[in-house]
Each structure stands twice: as structure tokens, then as C-alpha cells.
Design a protein around this ligand. Structure first.
Ligand code: EPZ
Length: 421
């Protein structure tokens, strides 16, 4: 189990370049399995979740090569059926997109139930509802899910809850399904637009991604044979913006889409930070003599405040002046890291989905754990400002989603080392 040793107290200063979006890449790589020809995907982040999905696709017969510049050359033509027997699909959430892709291509898909970060129940009933509306039947058996259809057809689908995964999965399944599929109450996250743009570049006809109504007109062939560049990772960018504010540093986060960062930028400014947006960058620093002030936020589907930045933002609230309120509206149980933060000296009271954060208590180094990907990033941020040394254990969870995390932080001046044990 690898760990990070962090000696707190260094200001982060300099530039950091953001990698491609992990959650967009998961959808896009799975969606590429639907194509009738090869494609090239630029800016696929080199992180464990993506590498695992690539391995799963290879085990299905796809030919995938990572080039020196990080781009993925994918040829899905050697995938001959929708049976995914690789057990690694249990380890990541994004494997569920193979269901949509294989169903759309072979009218049959079967995989082990997807895994991923643990923050309470993670049902896939909305994915299933969508597939069944398109003509499929579903069987759950021996830890596997199998969806199959005699004949798929476009349909009108209303999602009861706004779901990123279900929106992407249904969009993928519908891309080659005859007729028109309309997804209502669709999620609007940037990576949904990115998966739709990818599929359209490959020959699909998807309109409305980024709004709550997406219209997919099925096409018989998705020729591929083109390159596509994945958008920057909004959550990675937000993590460095928060690290800059937290350490009272001065960091320019490059290769980002500032519009995607607005919910966080607005909160940081409200607290007293300076946030300067460029065309594809944001600089974050704290003016001299400014003490960051407490604030309140609630996580919501895009364009609301992203749940995937909730733990990292809570760390900042611990250091602000005054008491803050934070409400987690997306996941039932995304507060597990709070016990670790308390070990470091934070004072946080939880009541259901609400956390009351008392600001101004100095954090001190301790031995803590990465409970999940973003919780792990939050513990690293806490370590950057804690007095003394913080040991963050089980960092493989962090490395599922942050490319070169240690190197990028070191380049900004952090005292952080990875220890293999
Ligand atoms: C995606 O998960 C992301 N994962 C998560 O990021 C992110 O936290 C989440 O969206 C919300 O933004 C990937 O993209 C791989 P949802 P997903 O379906 O698609 C309920 C990270 O840190 N729901 O939008 O699984 C569900 O219980 C990860 O990078 C149903 O009820 O999330 C939740 O309350 C962690 N039935 C809400 O919807 C369903 O069938 C939103 O979930 C599906 C979801």
C-alpha cells in the first residue's frame, strides 16, 4: 500500500497544466467500442481508472496503443461480441459505459457489476430503465448484468433523477439505434457534452447535450477514422485552485475551460481569494492581509457546485475565519473523510447531509487514509497546510484519477514524497 508523506507549510507557487478529463475519457473510450473504424483520442489522462478501462477493452479484442504524447490509437473492429469477462470491470465505475456501447453495437452486453468509489448506494436503475425503453431486457445473475434486445428502437426516456452515468450510457446505446431517442431531465456536465461531441465527430447525430433534453437520431454506421481531443479535467483543475488558496500561494492553472470552473471561482472570490480568468487559464492567489472568510455551499448537478470538489473545498473551509455550512446533495455518504480531518484537528459537525465546519482551527499532521479518490485529494490538501508531517495512506485511490499528482505538486513547491511499501 503506497502512501504520501507531506510536510505542511509550503506556499504553492507557479503554473500547473491540467490533464484530460478522466470522467469524459471513461465515456469516450467505452463509446469508441461502438465505432466501425479506428479513432485517435488525444489527452486521455494516464491514470489508473483509464488504464484499467483500456485493459478491459483490450481483453474484449480491441487494439489500443498509447503513443508517446499520451494519445490513444483505438481500433475496435476486432471486438466480436458484447461479452466482457474481464473481472476488472468490478473495480471501476466507468466500465458500465461498456453496457451502452456493446448493447448499441451487438444488441447484447454482459459485464460484472461496476465498482468504483464507495459513498453509499450507487444504483444503476436509471441506466437499466433507459436500456429497457430502447427494447432491451435485463438479467442480474452471479454478480453480472446482462442486457439484450431482439431489436432496439428509439424512445422517449424521462430520467427521474439527474444522472451523469445514465445520461451518457443511454446516449451511447442510442447512437446507432434506429429511430429517435429523447432523453429528458438529462445531466448537463461538461463531460456529457464531450462524449456527445466525440460521437458526433465519429458520425453520430446527437443534439442538445449540455441542456436537459438530448435528442439522439440513430445512424446505421459510425465510421470513425478521425481524431478527437478530450476536454480538460474540471475536478483536477479545481483541486489545484483550492490548493493555491489553501496555502496562500499564487498558482496559474493552465489548459482549462474557465467557464467550467465558475461555481468554484465564485465561491473562492466570495471567501476573499483573487481569481483571474484568462482564455484557458485561471490564476488564484490571496491578497496580502486578506483572511479568507467562511461561506456556505451545496453540491448540485452541473452547473451547480460539483460534488467531486466537496471534500477538497471543506478543507479550505476548515482554515477560513468563521463557521461554514456545507450540504452534500448528490451522494448519501460522502463524508467518510471527515473523521480523518478531525484527527488532524478539524471541528466538523455532521447532521444528515449537512456539515457544519468551524473555521480557524489549525490542522496538524497525522496518519490518515484516502477513503476514496476525492477524499484522498482532500487529505493531501490538508497535509499541505498542516503543521508537521501528514502520512496519507492507500493513495492508489488518488492515483485512479489524478495524473502525476505528486510531481505536479512538487513542481509548485510542495514537500510531498511517494513511499512504496
Ligand atoms: C459520475 O458518477 C462521476 N463518475 C462521479 O465522479 C460524480 O461524483 C457523479 O457523476 C456526480 O457528478 C464518473 O463519471 C465515472 P450519477 P455517476 O449517476 O454517473 C443517483 C469522481 O470522483 N442515481 O450522476 O455514477 C445516484 O445514487 C467520481 O470522479 C440513481 O438513483 O453519478 C446519485 O445520488 C466519483 N440511479 C445521483 O443519482 C441511477 O441509475 C447522481 O449519480 C444512477 C444514479
Amino acid at each position: 500500500m503506497a502512501s504520501y508523506m507531506i510536510r505542511g507549510g509550503n506556499r504553492l507557487v507557479g503554473d500547473v497544466t491540467i490533464s484530460g478529463s478522466k470522467n469524459a475519457a471513461l465515456g469516450i473510450i467505452a463509446a469508441s467500442m461502438l465505432l466501425d473504424g479506428p479513432c485517435k483520442i488525444d489527452h486521455a489522462p494516464n491514470v489508473d481508472d483509464i488504464n484499467m478501462l483500456v485493459e478491459i477493452c483490450r481483453s474484449m479484442g480491441a487494439q489500443i496503443r498509447r503513443e508517446a504524447d499520451g494519445a490513444l490509437e483505438i481500433d475496435p473492429r476486432f471486438v466480436t461480441n458484447g461479452e466482457t469477462i474481464d473481472e476488472r470491470s468490478r473495480n471501476i465505475r466507468g466500465s458500465y459505459y461498456l453496457l451502452g456501447a456493446m448493447l448499441g453495437r451487438f444488441s447484447y452486453a454482459s459485464i460484472y457489476m461496476p465498482g468504483g468509489c464507495n459513498f453509499g448506494p450507487r444504483p444503476i436503475d436509471l441506466h437499466v430503465k433507459g436500456f429497457e425503453a430502447l427494447g432491451a431486457t435485463t438479467v442480474f445473475e452471479h454478480g453480472r448484468i446482462t442486457v439484450s434486445a431482439e431489436k432496439m428502437h428509439g424512445e422517449h426516456i424521462f430520467l427521474d433523477t439527474v444522472s451523469v452515468g445514465a445520461t451518457i450510457n443511454i446516449m451511447i446505446a442510442a447512437a446507432k439505434t434506429e429511430g429517435v431517442t429523447v432523453i429528458e431531465n438529462a445531466a448537463r456536465e461538461p463531460h456529457i457534452v464531450d462524449v456527445a461531441n466525440f460521437l458526433n465527430t465519429m458520425g453520430a447525430n446527437i443534439r442538445g447535450a449540455g441542456t436537459d433534453v438530448i435528442r439522439v437520431t440513430g445512424v446505421p454506421v459510425l465510421p470513425g477514422n478521425v481524431s478527437y481531443s478530450i476536454i480538460p479535467d474540471q475536478i483536477e483543475a479545481g483541486t489545484y485552485m483550492l490548493a493555491a488558496a489553501l496555502t496562500r500561494g499564487d498558482v496559474t492553472v493552465r489548459n482549462i475551460i474557465p467557464k467550467h470552473m465558475e461555481p468554484l471561482s465564485a465561491k473562492l472570490e466570495e471567501m476573499g481569494a483573487c481569481v483571474v480568468s484568462g482564455d484557458d487559464s485561471i490564476r488564484v492567489f490571496i491578497p496580502e492581509d486578506t483572511v479568507l472568510q467562511a461561506t456556505s455551499f451545496r453540491t448540485m448537478p452541473y452547473p451547480g457546485f460539483p460534488t467531486d470538489l466537496q471534500p477538497q473545498t471543506t478543507v479550505l473551509l476548515c482554515t477560513a475565519q468563521g463557521n461554514s455550512r456545507m450540504t452534500e446533495n448528490v451522494w448519501d455518504n460522502r463524508f467518510q473523510y471527515i473523521d480523518d480531518l478531525k484527527i488532524m484537528g478539524a471541528n466538523i459537525l455532521i447532521s444528515g447531509r449537512l456539515a457544519l465546519v468551524e473555521g480557524g482551527n489549525p490542522l496538524t499532521g497525522a496518519k490518515v487514509f484516502a477513503r476514496d479518490l476525492r477524499a484522498g485529494a482532500a487529505m493531501v490538501l490538508a497535509g499541505l497546510v498542516a503543521e508537521g508531517t501528514t502520512e496519507v495512506n492507500d493513495v492508489s485511490k488518488i492515483e485512479r484519477g489524478y495524473e502525476s499528482f505528486v510531481r505536479k505538486l512538487q513542481d509548485l513547491g510542495a514537500d510531498i514524497t511517494r513511499i512504496d511499501s
